[in-house]
Design a protein around this ligand. Structure first.
Ligand SMILES: Cc1ncc(COP(=O)(O)O)c(C=O)c1O
Length: 393
């Protein structure tokens, strides 16, 4: 570590300026804790944007990466390797899904799902190609997933958007029904809108989407990039809602911090055939070895029950801050939670003051802060985080 280097200045010189970055330069992590290059310690309630499922530097992930790195790192998608097949069994056995395609990011997972949906439209719906998504949704930053994303601000600089995407209001079944036409091939939603502000889907809405898709032979895609792998207190979010999708997408929490994602299909929805799709790095043995550790832990005894209890602890701690008059709403499922403040200024102040007090938080919209700690966060850490926010208010 070189404490004399001004790393933010280096970033300004070299990086494409796409992110508004926080001032810290982190050099070490352990569990729910991070340390910056001045040695300051922080509680991490961002967790790599809902990604570090088992916290930082988990010894079993480190051991799996080390052992796999010394054995076999990469062979390309052309060949079988054992970790990817073992992971496929873990991800598919005892679920409603039958097949997997490995990718490297959430955007690639949703792009893959939408290609499969267009092929479904070609084969089974007279060439239908439109994917209907929802306002405030987030599905990625590739051109097609940007077109699917329900925030116009992400699109305007790249118009014209690719054809075949449309958005309607979330949690509004009538609006979705009205938007379906002969050109529709699929509906894609998040079970809890994450980037859009932590808006949980209503149970009746999610059930209704299934019925709409069944009536018109459309594919139902759940974008579980943020909700999958235990985040909602069920292994997949669809299990929390009790509604079977045709396709789900995964990334974020799957690798516990290493970049791996996947698109999972029911047999009939797996329309992709040789030559239709592919990638170079998907399902690399190195990433799959790490993901296996994560998945085995999340599927282990008591893990998901603990996520549910910890999520309730987060929400009741935040609810108790309503007395301050500054908390407008507390929303979430499992350990995907948000607190909406009375104004953007309050939200900005909470993020800045929490940082000074040793708690990392991030906003999801103007006035809402997202709390997405590692799934094995300790009760005392939750209490500490809530106390820091309360202290600021
Ligand atoms: C629901 C959802 N889908 C897709 C993505 C895109 O994932 P990535 O940033 O890994 O491409 C995100 C990222 O926040 C997401 O929350």
């Amino acid at each position: 570590m070189n404490q004399a280097t001004d790393w933010p200045a280096v970033e300004k010189q070299y990086y494409a300026p796409t992110f508004g970055r926080a001032p810290e330069t982190f050099v070490r992590g352990q569990g729910t804790r991070l340390w910056d290059d001045t040695g300051k310690e922080y509680l991490d309630f961002v967790a790599g944007i809902a990604t570090n499922t088992l916290g930082h530097s988990h010894p079993d992930i480190a051991a799996a990466l080390y052992s796999q790195a010394r054995t076999l790192v990469h062979t390309s998608s052309l060949y079988h390797t054992v970790p990817q097949l073992e992971l496929a069994q873990l991800l598919l056995d005892d679920t409603c899904l039958d097949r997997i395609f490995y990718v490297n990011s959430g955007g690639e997972a949703t792009e893959t799902a939408m290609k499969a949906a267009r092929k479904h439209g070609k084969l089974n719906r007279d060439g239908a190609y439109e994917v209907i998504t929802t306002n405030r949704s987030f599905h990625g930053r590739t051109l097609a997933t940007t077109a699917a994303t329900g925030t116009r601000a992400y699109q305007v600089n790249f118009d014209p958007m690719p054809e075949g995407f449309g958005q309607v209001e979330y949690n509004d079944l009538d609006a979705m029904r009205a938007a379906i036409s002969d050109t529709t091939c699929a509906i894609m939603v998040e079970l809890v809108q994450g980037e859009g502000g932590i808006w949980p889907g209503d149970g009746s809405y999610i059930e209704g989407l299934r019925e709409l898709c069944d009536e018109d032979n459309l594919l139902l895609i759940f974008d579980e990039v943020q909700t999958g792998i235990g985040r909602l207190g069920s292994f997949y979010g669809y299990q929390h809602y009790g509604v079977e999708p045709d396709i789900i997408t995964l990334a974020k929490g799957l690798g516990g911090g290493v970049p791996i994602g996947a698109t999972l299909f029911k047999e009939d929805a797996c329309t992709l055939r040789p030559g239709d799709h592919g990638n170079t790095f998907g399902g690399s043995p190195l990433m799959c070895a790490a993901a296996k550790v994560v998945v085995e832990a999340v599927q282990g005894p008591g893990f998901l029950d603990a996520v549910i209890a910890k999520g309730q602890r987060v929400r009741s701690g935040l609810e108790a801050l309503r007395d301050t008059g500054k908390v407008f709403d507390v929303r979430g499922v499992g350990l995907l939670n948000g607190v909406q403040f009375d104004s953007p200024d309050t939200a900005d102040h909470v993020v800045a003051q929490s940082r000074a007090d040793g708690l990392i938080l991030v906003k999801v919209d103007a006035a809402t802060v997202r709390l997405v700690p590692p799934l094995n966060v300790e009760d005392a850490e939750i209490d500490q985080a809530v106390a820091i926010i309360g202290g600021t208010l």
